[in-house]
Design a protein around this ligand. Structure first.
Ligand code: ZN
Ligand code: ZN
Length: 357
């Protein structure tokens, strides 16, 4: 461990406990999730942990041997299979595909239209995220220059495992026509990086890219990028309404009433990408990260025909083993009576082809 417990707790709590100082340029008193200094969740909550809780988590995290994951899954990092991205194979997989590129990154292809969620191909989710220097445990299946043309990038929020400077700057440079859709306030960071082609949206607002409506929807989470910007920028999930495929991406979220509402207003969906990792210990993570059981519940509530588990197996952010979501998702899907392959867990770089049996 490179950082001592006290240093880690200090750095983590500095981000989690710090308040926001600036005013919110988007503030609209008629919107319940707006505040003069930033944003809150749809139920009015702001995720904040006491110093006591932060220290307790760190004490427990480094003071114990984590239990093995349930079931037959006990993979070491070396057991994670990586499928290097091949454009030829990707094109041959059909007109409606989703390729998992590690963590929360999904390459969605709907005929000629492509969307990339939270692209992150760098070695670290740096500087401080959930547990200090989050180093990639499984290599990225793709580099920016290997990507096909991307029409739209959707960013869920500004945490370092979702908004990666190197990936975004390089992508914007190589593909200047790509549109970057972000929650309110996140465009300031992209502008600072020299990325011009941005569209910032509030919850339930829609922008069209190549005629395809893309909507930011609520999530139950928080934001921070620096020492003093907590919840100054918005967070959320995304909905893509292509006539040939309706897609939902959860971003990072705790469980809330938002999902029934998303299902009601924008469902049903042909495919969803739902976060299934970074959920232990529950007493600390529950309000900000769903577990596989809640992910399956959300799959049902948004009315998704199929879902893909993301936000796992790549960075070691929390207390569950890196492969634990594999077993937990399978058990949760079985308990809920989901059909075989209704909730899919892909290998890194693997493509789910919706039009193939
Ligand atoms: Zn996050
Ligand atoms: Zn995350």
């Amino acid at each position: 461990m490179k950082f001592g417990l006290k240093t880690m707790a200090f750095l983590y709590s500095a981000t989690l406990l710090s308040g926001c100082a600036s005013s919110n340029p988007y503030y609209d008193a008629s919107k319940p999730h707006h505040r003069p200094d930033g944003f809150v969740n749809s139920d009015g909550t702001r995720i904040a942990k006491s110093m006591e809780d932060v220290l307790r988590w760190y004490r427990e995290r480094f003071g114990k041997t984590l239990p093995p994951p349930p079931g037959e899954f006990r993979a070491s990092y070396a057991d994670f299979k990586v499928h290097p991205f091949s454009k030829a194979e990707w094109e041959a997989a059909g007109d409606r595909t989703a390729t998992w590129l590690g963590h929360a990154t999904v390459l969605l292809k709907i005929q000629q239209f492509t969307v990339l969620t939270d692209p992150h191909f760098s070695p670290r989710a740096f500087p401080i995220q959930w547990a200090g220097p989050a180093k990639r445990k499984v290599e990225s299946p793709v580099t920016v220059d290997q990507l096909p043309p991307i029409n739209a990038v959707v960013i869920s929020h500004n945490h370092y495992d979702h908004l990666d400077k190197n990936t975004i700057v390089e992508l914007a440079k190589r593909q200047p026509s790509t549109v970057f859709l972000v929650p309110l306030g996140v465009e300031r960071t992209l502008t600072d990086w020299g990325v011009e082609n941005t569209v910032a949206l509030d919850w339930w607002d829609t922008a069209e890219v190549n005629g395809v409506p893309i909507t930011l929807v609520p999530a139950h989470h928080w934001s921070t990028r620096t020492w003093s910007d907590r919840n100054e920028t918005l967070w959320g999930g995304w909905v893509v309404q292509h006539p040939a495929l309706r897609f939902y991406f959860s971003g990072d979220t705790g469980y809330s009433k938002d999902f029934v509402e998303i299902g009601k207003r924008l469902g049903p969906f042909d495919l969803s990408a739902i976060a299934v990792g970074a959920y232990e210990p529950r007493w600390f993570m529950k309000e900000q990260h769903i577990n596989p059981e809640e992910a399956v519940r959300i799959h049902r509530e948004v009315k998704s025909a199929r879902s893909l588990g993301v936000h796992w197996g790549t960075f070691e952010l929390t207390d569950e083993a890196l492969d634990q979501p594999l077993g937990d998702v399978r058990q949760a899907a079985q308990r809920a009576g989901l059909a075989e392959d209704e909730f899919v867990m892909l290998e890194h770089g693997q493509t789910l082809a919706l039009d193939k049996p």
